[in-house]
Every structure is written in structure tokens, then in C-alpha cells.
Design a protein around this ligand. Structure first.
Ligand code: C2E
Ligand code: MG
Ligand code: MG
Length: 292
């Protein structure tokens, strides 16, 4: 009986492994074709000033719709794209798409709007990233100061050999840089200065337990204070409740992003939102409708 069970366990195990290997291969095959088949799309999530309800910028977030696989979340395909090198082409596509869209919004009269774009670590080590970005800005007619590049803390710290030169050149062009998922990896505070970062994005995991969890509350307050002292902008990501919103506004967190304010939107929805003016926020304008 034991032997049989052992055998079954083994069979189950190999079956599961084969299945996941198959899925992996399938995903990879589809991913390699996704760009040429035009299966990607960008959604844009508003980032809002809590004091005024103004949408200061939008973050471009990649969406992949595949016939066979359906909608695959970035958390699944981005790591695979990095593993296979497909990310290089994706990064370039995302950046061009986001700049083109920003130009459209500017042309529609939303002239102050900025866009934040997530970049992979591989984009950074690319020799002529700054040259290519400069050419792209020229091509799309977007001013560099309206574009922020988001790099995760993990990417900046990877390999212990940060692409300082690349970052410096991007800054010289006039782009701003953000450190994303801050608090999830091991950067030291001096890295914030060393990399000439403009914006600190506090990871969602710290916001999730606000305001009840005193550790999270202390960390978020410290990070907001730190960013202020270093003259960095600060964005709290993952604001979902009115309580979190009230806490973050009280402690002067400069910018907020989360489902409470808005989910990621289609470009037309962004335009419609901007047209309506500042967002109605909880506790800010009680006579207005509930936030979306
Ligand atoms: P991220 O850059 O930290 O983006 C924020 C993620 O949090 C997004 O997930 C967003 O939809 C989600 N989010 C925002 N507000 C809330 C909230 O209130 N509650 C919850 N539960 N989630 C919220 P998404 O779009 O699934 O993207 C996941 C990650 O994939 C991104 O994290 C980013 O690291 C990566 N990614 C997305 N688009 C791109 C891209 O174009 N290029 C690269 N290289 N990476 C990308
Ligand atoms: Mg991001
Ligand atoms: Mg994140």
C-alpha cells in the first residue's frame, strides 16, 4: 500500500511538473509573438494630490490579452519576459506608446499631465538607453520633464553594480527617476542620493495595514518625512480605503495612487476624468459624489 501510494505521489508530482513546464513553454511561445500580434495595451492609473484632488500624473501599466491564455497579469509575464530577453522589445514599445499617448493628452489641453513608465533592469544596462530615449522624445514631441522612469528597488540594487552612468545621462536629458516598491528590497538610504532619485514610491504592503498597524504607520510616516527632507516626491501605492486616505493626507504624503482614487484606465477614460476636473475625495468635498 505504501509502495503504491509512493508511486501515485510520484506520478502526481511528475504530472504537475510536466503541466507547469508545458504552461511555461506555452506562455513563452505566446509571449514571443505578442508584440507582432499587437496583443499589448497600456492602462493608465491616476496619481493624485490628496490636498486638491488634482491628477498630477498617470502610471502606464502593461496589459496583455492573448487568444489562448486570456488576460495574463504582468506579475506572471514580466518575469518571464526578463528571463527570455523579450523584455527589451517590450520596454521600448511601452515607452514609445506612453510618450505618444501623453502627447495626445497634451494636445487635448491637459498640458500639465505627466506619465510614469516602469522600466526593467535590462533596459538600464542597455548601452545607449539615454540616446534612444532622447530620440524617442524628439520623435513623439514630448518634453523630458513630463516623463518619469520607475525602477524597482530590486533592479537598482541588483548585481551590486548599479548603472549610475545611464541614470545620470537620463537625468541630464531632463527625465525624472522614481524608486518603485520601496521597502521591499535592501537599499540603503544613501542609495537614494547616489542614484539622484526624484520620487520614492512606498510599496503597497506598507499601505495595506494602515492605519491600524502601528509598525506600518511608523514606517510610512518615517518614509514621508525622509522623502521631504531629501526633497523627493513621495507616492503611496495601493490606497484602497477612506481610512488609509485620511491617514496619508494627515501625514502629508504628497501623492496617492490606489483603487480608492482610481483603477488603471483606458486613455479615453483618463481624458474624461481629467475633463471633469479635480477628483472628489473623501472628506474633501462632501457635497460631491463618491470617488470611483
Ligand atoms: P508597480 O509598478 O508597483 O505597479 C503598481 C501595481 O499595483 C499595478 O499592478 C497596479 O494595478 C496595482 N495597484 C494599484 N493600486 C492598487 C490598489 O489599490 N490595490 C491593489 N491591490 N493593487 C493596486 P499591475 O498593473 O498588475 O502591475 C504589476 C507590476 O508589473 C508593476 O508593479 C510593475 O512592476 C510591473 N509592470 C507593469 N507594467 C509594466 C511595464 O510596462 N514594464 C515593466 N517593466 N514592468 C511593468
Ligand atoms: Mg510602478
Ligand atoms: Mg509595486
Amino acid at each position: 500500500f505504501a509502495k503504491e501510494r509512493g508511486k501515485n505521489t510520484f506520478q502526481f508530482y511528475t504530472h504537475a511538473m510536466t503541466q507547469s513546464a508545458c504552461q511555461h513553454l506555452m506562455l513563452e511561445t505566446q509571449l514571443r509573438r505578442a508584440l507582432e500580434r499587437d496583443e499589448f495595451e497600456l492602462a493608465y492609473q491616476p496619481v493624485v494630490e490628496p490636498a486638491t484632488g488634482r491628477v498630477e500624473r498617470v502610471e502606464a501599466l502593461l496589459r496583455w490579452h492573448n487568444q489562448e491564455l486570456g488576460d495574463v497579469p504582468p506579475a506572471t509575464f514580466i518575469p518571464l519576459a526578463e528571463e527570455t530577453g523579450v523584455i527589451k522589445a517590450i520596454d521600448a514599445w511601452v515607452l514609445r506608446q506612453a510618450c505618444r499617448q501623453l502627447k495626445r493628452w497634451h494636445d487635448q489641453g491637459f498640458t500639465g499631465l505627466r506619465v510614469a513608465v516602469n522600466l526593467s533592469g535590462q533596459a538600464l544596462v542597455h548601452q545607449n538607453l539615454a540616446d534612444r530615449v532622447a530620440a524617442l522624445l524628439e520623435e513623439t514631441g514630448v518634453e523630458a520633464r513630463f516623463v518619469e522612469l520607475e525602477l524597482t528597488e530590486g533592479v537598482l540594487m541588483r548585481n551590486g553594480s548599479p548603472p549610475l552612468e545611464s541614470l545620470k545621462r537620463l537625468k541630464e536629458l531632463g527625465l525624472t527617476l522614481a524608486i518603485d516598491d520601496f521597502g521591499t528590497s535592501h537599499s540603503s538610504l544613501s542609495d537614494l542620493r547616489r542614484f539622484h532619485l526624484d520620487t520614492l514610491k512606498i510599496d503597497r504592503s506598507f499601505i495595506a495595514d494602515l492605519p491600524g498597524d502601528s509598525d506600518s504607520a511608523a514606517i510610512v510616516r518615517a518614509l514621508v518625512g525622509l522623502a521631504g527632507n531629501m526633497r523627493m516626491a513621495v507616492v503611496a501605492v495601493g490606497v484602497e480605503t477612506a481610512e488609509q486616505f485620511a491617514f496619508l493626507r494627515e501625514f502629508d504624503c504628497g501623492l496617492l495612487q490606489g483603487y480608492l482614487l482610481s483603477t488603471p484606465l483606458h486613455p479615453d477614460e483618463v481624458a474624461a476624468l481629467l475633463k471633469r476636473g479635480p477628483l472628489a475625495l473623501p472628506g474633501l468635498r462632501p457635497e460631491h459624489e463618491e470617488p470611483r
